[in-house]
Write a protein that binds this ligand. Structure first.
Ligand SMILES: [Mn+2]
Length: 348
């Protein structure tokens, strides 16, 4: 009887987010949450509960991060690879040329899809082919077929084929309003996924989801698995559970998956009406509102008022931190629009 293959699949870890090496302001940093969840997500590999690890891209939160953060991120991957577990990495939109990946290139068990290619792994007599390509930023909808062709996935004999990428596929949903990607240059059509793959493993979409059909209701040739990000990277993700996937694969059978949730702190929008109030009254109102929040919350404060000039320098972010518990992240958002999900309120 053939063994099944277990794959730990995580993506969009965005390490380095709110993690300054020499902070000018002493306050709780969300970078620690990102780091902790990254390590929690990798634990099944340390415990040897999986046969391989795939990181679906956006390991870091932007294309330039301090070498110390890169080193800290690679260290657990090197340890896992030292245990003989293969680690596959898809370069995401946040990391292409600027991340010094040479630390990883020297390890035979760490394989990075620097260009379109297919890696072969032999596990328990089962030949697994992982085809993949780095994030295509411009016009992936049109270029998908060509990128896939460049991996030469068909020319490798295999029992199981997987496609690894960092892209948006038709039908993927994001945000509190369930924005759905339908068509356009940045969207890969579901119908373009060819028959022959057991599964598509993709990063990039921060909400965990599994796509099995296109928007016309036609079944996809292979399910598209998004583990989602391992932490909430913006307020648009405030209602999403975060975690990672373990996929169980057996030749000729549908891929099974289990989503393992990771801790995420509550995210709160605090809207204060300052209309017709004095600075002292606004101060009291803010103190009252803040005291009602979870002390580990990530809070962004909006004020609805026409005139904000008089009190803004007094009740600034620094002041907010003095009245909030030290365990809270809190700051003002000035460019808020009702119903907007702009990526404001992030802490740099
Ligand atoms: Mn991302």
């Amino acid at each position: 009887m053939q063994h099944s293959i277990r794959i730990l699949f995580l993506a969009d870890t965005h390490l380095g987010f709110d993690a300054p090496l020499r902070p000018k302001v002493q306050r709780r940093r969300r970078g620690d949450d990102f780091d902790a969840n990254y390590r929690k997500a990798l634990q099944p590999a340390f415990d040897r509960q999986v046969d391989m690890v795939v990181h679906g891209g956006d390991m870091f939160f932007r294309s330039r991060v301090h070498p110390a953060i890169v080193e800290a991120a690679f260290e657990p991957l090197l340890q896992i690879a030292d245990q003989g577990i293969s680690v596959f990495i898809v370069p995401g939109n946040h990391e292409r040329s600027n991340i010094p990946r040479s630390l990883l290139h020297n390890h035979a068990k760490i394989l990075i899809f620097e260009q379109p290619c297919t890696h072969l792994v032999n596990l328990n007599g089962c030949r697994i082919a992982l085809a993949g390509f780095p994030n295509v930023r411009h016009d992936p909808g049109t270029r998908f077929n060509a990128e896939l062709e460049k991996t030469a996935w068909k020319s490798h004999p295999a029992d199981i084929r997987l496609l690894c990428m960092h892209q948006t596929v038709e039908g993927a949903q994001v945000g509190v309003q369930n924005y759905t990607f339908r068509s356009g240059a940045e969207v890969i059509r579901g119908a373009d996924i060819p028959a022959g793959f057991a599964a598509v493993l993709s990063g990039h979409i921060h909400r965990h989801q599994v796509l099995r059909q296109d928007l016309a209701g036609r079944p996809l040739n292979a399910a598209v698995f998004y583990p989602g990000s391992t932490e909430r990277t913006s307020f648009a993700e405030r209602e999403e559970e975060k975690g990672y996937l373990i996929l169980t694969i057996r030749a000729g059978e549908p891929v099974r998956h289990i989503f393992y949730p990771l801790p995420a702190r509550p995210m709160v929008d605090l809207v204060v009406s300052g209309q017709g109030l004095t600075t002292a009254q606004i101060r009291e109102q803010l103190i009252e509102h803040i005291s009602q929040q979870d002390q580990n919350a990530v809070v962004r404060v909006h004020l609805k008022a026409d005139e904000t000039g008089a009190w803004i320098s007094e009740l600034n972010d620094r002041w907010l931190r003095t009245v909030a518990p030290a365990t809270m992240n809190i700051n003002w958002v000035y460019n808020w629009r009702r119903g907007g999900d702009e990526r404001s309120g992030e802490m740099g």
